[in-house]
Design a protein around this ligand. Structure first.
Ligand code: NAI
Ligand code: MG
Length: 357
């Protein structure tokens, strides 16, 4: 039988992105050999380096080129000397918006051997996923400034909550919960203080709950929800939130679950009209770049999310299990108290995936 082939656009980006992406690919290739698929990778050098040489993070037809891929595997983007808003708006935002990647997913799971800043928490106590709306809500470009520089100066910025936008992200969260043993969705709201958009969000959430009677639900205002993430992380399974609240929760969640070096994320277009993008939560880490010591696990785990999206479920599970084994028994990078380099950790995970241990 012919091997299944997945077309992957690879963008290592800047800094440690270039050191962890090769480890991610090493593990993905090992998984392909064992589970019977191949990856047809096309690498793009789009980065701050490219910006400094050519004046653009990516070529003008960049999105057209990526559109041909089944998925995008990205390292990190950003480097001193290029303002962060330039690198963000020149590459990441056009991809996320252009490909309508409206579901931003961050698994938050306390892994064996990872160190949570919370006292008295063991692996198994923290295992939830933050689902953030990624295209509308509070981050709109509707608003403005009037009477600039005068006493009457004022600014406004309008939140935009569409029925389509709310329903599609909330339904995505419910469908995701159906694939997990606990089958629970928590909604982040603030309908006590924000009196039009948030009651509407609650209304759409209640409607979605009716469409998914097999899923348990609850909801919290964003302020107490942040406190619960810290005090009761075991309460949560899938947490769905608007763009702003999701932005906050999707940094807080991985933080309570341990090192930034292991946290993965996905930017998904659930309808699969466009490719989805998979990248670690961390950035380019200029302070440790070039030394070969970055933790590659966030990148490798993002690769597992990519395989899950591509339908390679068994391969994805094998990678996550190999990550767990290596976190528990080593080798470990310095951020987790070890001495190993990126490649040593990448090789150890690839070997476990290849062996089926
Ligand atoms: P960062 O995540 O790059 O680094 C924060 C701290 O965590 C640093 O001390 C770093 O050494 C450490 N760290 C990060 N990843 C690690 C890993 N894999 N292994 C071991 N230690 C790790 O965030 P920072 O410093 O705020 O941003 C640096 C650059 O990255 C900026 O230009 C920023 O805009 C960009 N950035 C890009 C992101 C992306 O591509 N999605 C996300 C976050 C930041
Ligand atoms: Mg953020």
């Amino acid at each position: 039988a012919a091997l299944r082939t997945h077309r992957i656009a690879v963008i290592p980006g800047d800094g440690i992105g270039r050191e962890v992406v090769p480890e991610g690919l090493r593990v993905l290739e090992a998984a392909g050999r064992r589970f019977g698929f191949t990856l047809a990778c096309t690498e793009y050098d789009w980065s701050c380096d490219r910006y400094l040489k050519t004046g653009a993070m990516m070529p003008e037809d960049g999105l057209d080129r990526l559109a041909e891929a089944d998925a995008i595997f990205l390292g990190a983007v950003g480097w001193p000397g290029v303002p962060d808003h330039v690198s963000l708006w020149g590459l990441l935002i056009p991809i996320r918006r252009g490909f309508d990647q409206y579901a931003n997913i961050r698994p938050c799971r306390l892994m064996p051997g990872a160190r949570t800043p919370l006292a008295g928490r063991a692996p198994g106590d923290i295992d939830f996923i933050v689902v953030r709306e990624n295209t509308e809500g509070e981050y709109s470009s509707s608003g403005g400034r009037m009477f600039a520089g005068t006493e009457r100066e004022f600014v406004t910025q309008q939140s935009v909550f569409t029925r389509i936008g709310c329903d599609r992200i909330i339904d995505y969260a419910f469908r995701l919960a159906m694939t997990r043993p606990r089958r629970k969705v928590t909604s982040a709201t603030k309908s006590n203080g924000i009196t039009f958009t948030m009651p509407y969000w609650d209304e759409r959430f209640a409607e979605a709950a009716k469409r998914h009677p097999g899923v348990a639900t609850d909801q919290f205002h964003i302020d107490i929800l942040c406190a619960h993430f810290v005090q009761h992380p075991d309460w949560f399974d899938v947490v769905v939130a608007s763009n702003l609240f999701g932005d906050i929760l999707s940094d807080l969640g991985p933080a309570v679950a341990g090192s930034i070096g292991i946290a993965p994320s996905a930017n998904i277009n659930p309808e699969r009209k466009h490719p989805s993008m998979f990248e670690p939560v961390h950035g380019s880490a200029p302070d440790i770049a070039g030394k070969g010591i970055a933790n590659p696990i966030g990148q490798i785990w993002s690769g597992a999310l990519m395989l899950e999206h591509l339908g390679e479920t068994a391969a994805a599970a094998a990678i996550v299990s190999a990550i767990e084994t290596v976190l528990e028994h080593g080798p470990r990078t310095r951020d987790l108290g070890g001495q190993a380099g990126s490649a040593e950790v990448g090789r150890a995970i690839a070997e476990l995936v290849a062996e089926g241990a």
